[in-house]
Design a protein around this ligand. Structure first.
Ligand code: GLA
Length: 416
């Protein structure tokens, strides 16, 4: 199958590929979308569901298979230089933050799984804003991983592949959950997916025709590898600690049986009000806040999924707003810029708005209807971007998300 949409820019990419690798022939294109998470933030690594959709913005890798085990990769973005490495089950990592780590992570994991893999020459490009909280790094891992499988004529079922890539990405130093890789690999066009973990499962809901999810970037980078990584990893530890204390308390109080040792089991066995009360009785300070966010956010995902299924935009919006407040006050991952964007969107009539992704910068997502979309877009433009001196077209930082399908590899049409 040839490359079917958004071909514009492709011949430039092929030109760049040919300059970088004059001896190779650009045969394949591997594409993996970024995502916007609609609700269920910082729940995945706690085993609780998330509800994202894939974007029509993606990582694209144009590649030419090689006979040896070498990967050579250049990036269309000047800030990322040429990287070269040999595929093996033990690839030395670069310092945290180096983009090569996202290339090496899937290669090391698949080499461990399959052994003896051949490599390729690659030109990497992105239509996703980098470090925006829209998952460009996981999209890169997925695009690389599926390219490597294809070049070696291997296949994996989508969910197995997504799980393997989520584990693989921990090579880069972030203790992430599995949301980003799952939605990038397994999204269904026109749908949002509730993703459940351990084992990984995906359940699709069609996005109502007249719902518009507006994505707006704070212009503050949400580096997965920088300071945000520390904040993120600290929260994964805090959540584990809180879980142990509440699980013991639930057992001691006779509210849950022996073996209730995960967030999903707690939520299944103790109703949400009792769970919050238990947390308030046995936890304090930071641990209490983290716990309260995780369990309330987990239960909001199911309510939001049902609201979407019945086209109930105002309920969905209220849940989105509650999610933002909880991320702001209890999970402490919002920022003045994220809050400002949320306020502007709500002030212009959005049904709901929240930060999306890990936070600490990055983007918000706002839900608008046909009646409020234009107002929301202009409020964000005139209230946020223009006063900050952003000139010209805003499509890179402010756009309406279209729910796209998952990652694919295809042959490049001859003659492009
Ligand atoms: C990052 C991680 C995801 C998820 C979100 C927060 O995007 O990669 O796994 O934990 O943060 O919801």
């Amino acid at each position: 199958m040839g490359f079917s949409w958004e071909d514009e820019g492709l011949s430039d990419l092929i030109g760049t590929f040919r300059e970088a690798f004059p001896e190779g022939s650009p045969d394949l294109i591997s594409r993996a979308p970024g995502r916007v998470n609609l609700i269920g933030e910082h729940t995945d690594y706690n085993g609780l569901p998330v509800f994202p959709m894939a974007l029509r913005k993606e990582i694209r890798i144009i590649l030419s298979p090689r006979k040896d085990a070498l990967i050579r990769a250049v990036n269309q973005e000047g800030e990322f230089g040429l990287r070269e490495f040999t595929i093996s089950g033990d690839i030395p990592a670069h310092p945290a933050g180096d983009w090569a780590n996202y290339l090496q992570a899937p290669c090391q994991a698949l080499a461990r799984q399959f052994g003896g893999l051949s490599g390729f020459d690659a030109l990497v490009s992105s239509t996703l804003p980098v470090a925006s909280g829209l998952s460009s790094s996981s999209a890169l891992v997925i695009a690389m991983g599926q390219a490597l499988l294809r070049v070696n004529e291997l296949t994996l079922p989508t969910l197995d592949f997504a799980e393997a890539m989520a584990a693989a990405e921990r090579y880069t130093g972030t203790q992430g959950g599995g949301m980003d890789q799952a939605i990038s690999a397994g999204a269904v066009e026109g749908h949002a997916s509730r993703i459940e973990f351990a084992p990984l499962r995906m359940f699709e809901t069609p996005v109502p025709e007249d719902w518009r999810f507006v994505v707006a970037h704070t212009l503050v980078r949400a580096e997965k590898s920088g300071m945000a990584q520390e904040g993120y990893n600290a929260r994964t530890r805090e959540c584990r600690e809180a879980l142990e204390i509440v699980a013991d308390a639930a057992l001691a109080q006779g509210q849950a049986p022996e073996g209730t040792d995960s967030y999903p089991l707690l939520l299944e066995r103790v109703c949400i009000q009792d769970l919050v009360e238990l947390g308030e009785a046995y936890l304090e300070g930071t641990l209490l806040k983290r716990f309260r966010h995780v369990v309330t956010e987990g239960s909001r995902v199911y309510d939001a999924e049902h609201a979407m299924a019945r086209g109930d935009r105002s309920t969905f919006g209220l849940l989105v707003n509650a999610s933002h407040r909880s991320l702001q006050e209890d999970y402490e991952v919002s920022s003045p810029e994220l809050d400002a964007l949320v306020e502007l969107a709500l002030g212009a009539g959005a049904s709901g708005a929240r930060l999306t992704g890990a936070g600490f910068g990055g983007c918000i997502v706002a839900l608008a209807g046909p009646d409020s979309l234009d107002r929301v877009m202009s409020a964000l433009e005139n209230g946020y971007y223009r006063p900050r001196g952003v000139l010209g077209a805003l499509d890179g930082v402010l756009f309406v998300a279209e729910a796209s399908g998952g990652a694919t590899v295809s042959e490049l049409q001859a003659g492009l």
